[in-house]
Ligand binder design. Structure first.
Ligand code: FAD
Length: 480
């Protein structure tokens, strides 16, 4: 690295985000431009450790010190080639990854870690701008055909790798556009959809075939796929939402977070539908403290909610570095997202006991109680605090308490076994059916985009081995 003492000279610096009161007026990404010179300086903070824990902290095994060095040297071509050698879609992860690599950065022990996620996004965007990322169809075709079911990051990564290995790949997606949760889950203020479109366009030019409005098990017969393709990769996500079956659940005004978010994303995409779930003028309560909950908060602000309250059952995590720690110490953290900066209130250790409605069966209030967490028999148990039960006004409640498993009907039709918890029973990405493989949230349970890409890449290797007897596709384990 050109400047070995960069971490002593420079502080961590990230692009500014647009002021909250401005950005809630639109759904555009929140960051302002950042001068290239500053990105180079940020790359110089990398200590190029002997044992780069960032590298193993990344589910893709991204070779981080090497691309930092190339950025510092202004060698964007090498930086891109290093980054894309382990990650098919850094333009996605550079925007929305919670960056486990940064949590593993050795500099992070006593200083804010290297801004790896920002550097990754900068490399990806610079590589596109300079024309380094263009369609490169495989030189030879194997004649083998693979069907990928589901077009989220796992399905796209599997399709990209298998296509590069020379197989003919067709991706089946039941939604009207490709991208899975990148398209209809994650809001535009985190990931604008032109970024997804740009990637799909390249994959299309490289020979991947995309079929939308194609639900396998409904409009597409799974037996046809079994007959027509040499292998199938199931990447259908973890789509069954966790319910909150408490009194009043059937009232009007209580929705799953994904129903709310996907309608907003569809509206922005110009898709017409009836019965939008709108937060406008309403007291919104988001139940659940994770990423999905944060996305509901940001979307509610932008739709003009009267108030937004987020409830979390668990106690407020304590930061090692105090209340005002700007650094999200993933995973057990005081994680604040950009949506939290935009307003609203957040409560921990709070139990939702009932939904209350009027005589038209419309939600009007939520009954809450505060909790204390006590250690009993080595386990944390929740106890209601007497006298804290209360009603708060609420006309829109959004359930963002996670997803339990993939939908079973397709798996049953394909004969693919599920574990007791409902995810696909799969070792090494294979399933109970010889020619069928699995990747992403459907196999691993609800997770992250970076894990979905990693799973798609690893599954592609297994499919390639199954089809050809051996594989030259890379694995994250190669680089350790
Ligand atoms: P998905 O992205 O869920 O894609 C599965 C696809 O399969 C869907 O398009 C679905 O329509 C399709 N499908 C299902 N059944 C069929 C069928 N029978 N026929 C055809 N198609 C079918 N992770 C992060 O890293 N950062 C974030 O900021 C982040 N934010 C999130 C916000 C929300 C609201 C949610 C819900 C998740 C978020 N995640 C985030 C998690 C991340 O999006 C997922 O882990 C990731 O998308 C999983 O990828 P996947 O390809 O396995 O599944």
């Amino acid at each position: 690295m050109g400047k070995y003492d960069g971490f002593l000279k420079h502080d961590r610096e990230l692009p500014n985000s647009r002021p909250p009161e401005v950005r809630i007026g639109d759904f555009k990404e929140i960051f302002e431009p950042f001068p290239e010179e500053k990105t180079k300086t940020q790359a110089a903070r990398c200590m190029d450790c002997g044992v780069p824990f960032c590298h193993s902290g990344c589910p893709l095994g991204n070779i981080i010190p090497e691309f930092n060095e190339a950025v510092h040297d202004e060698n964007w071509k090498d930086a891109a080639s290093i980054l894309y050698s382990t990650n098919n879609f850094p333009e996605f992860t550079g925007r929305i990854c919670p960056a486990p690599c940064e949590a593993s950065c050795v500099l992070g022990i006593n200083k804010p870690p290297v801004a790896i996620e920002h550097i990754e996004k900068s490399i990806a965007e610079k590589a596109h701008e300079l024309g380094y990322i263009k369609a490169t169809p495989p030189k030879q075709r194997t004649g083998k055909k693979v069907a990928v079911i589901g077009s989220g990051p796992a399905g796209l990564a599997a399709a990209d790798q298998l296509n590069q290995a020379g197989h003919w790949v067709t991706v089946y997606e039941r939604d009207p556009a490709i991208g899975g949760l990148l398209r209809y889950g994650i809001p535009d203020f985190k990931l604008e959809k032109w970024v997804v479109d740009r990637r799909i366009q390249i994959m299309d030019e490289e020979g991947v075939r995309f079929k939308v409005n194609a639900e396998v098990g409904k409009s597409i017969n799974p037996d046809m796929l079994k007959d027509d393709f040499d292998s199938i990769v199931v990447c259908t996500g973890s789509t069954v939402p966790r319910n909150l079956p408490i009194p009043g659940r059937a009232l009007k005004g209580i929705h799953y977070a994904m129903d709310f978010l996907s309608l907003q994303n569809k509206e922005l995409a110009g898709i017409k539908f009836e019965d939008k779930i709108s937060a406008e003028g309403k007291n919104v309560v988001v139940i659940g403290g994770g990423d999905t909950g944060s996305d509901c908060i940001g979307t509610s602000h932008r739709q003009g909610a009267a108030s937004v309250l987020q409830l979390e059952l668990m106690p407020k995590p304590q930061s090692k570095r105090g209340e005002n720690d700007p650094w999200p110490m993933w995973p057990m953290t005081l994680r604040t997202s950009s949506s939290h900066e935009e307003g609203g209130e957040r409560k921990w250790s709070t139990l939702t006991k009932a939904f209350i409605g009027n005589d038209k069966d419309e939600l009007t209030h939520i009954k809450l109680v505060d909790l204390e967490w006590v250690s009993e028999g080595g386990r944390q148990q929740m106890k209601e605090i007497e006298g804290t039960e209360r009603l708060i006004p609420c006309e829109l409640a959004l359930l963002a308490i996670g997803f339990t498993q993939p939908e079973s009907s397709l798996l049953e039709h394909l004969g693919v076994s599920q574990t007791q918890s409902g995810i696909i029973d799969s070792t090494d990405y294979s399933t109970s059916v010889k020619s069928i493989f699995a990747a992403g949230d459907a196999r691993r349970g609800q997770s992250l985009v970076v894990w979905a890409i990693s799973e798609g890449r690893e599954a592609a290797r297994e499919v390639d081995k199954f089809l050809m007897g051996s594989t030259e596709l890379p694995s994250k384990n190669d680089s350790f």
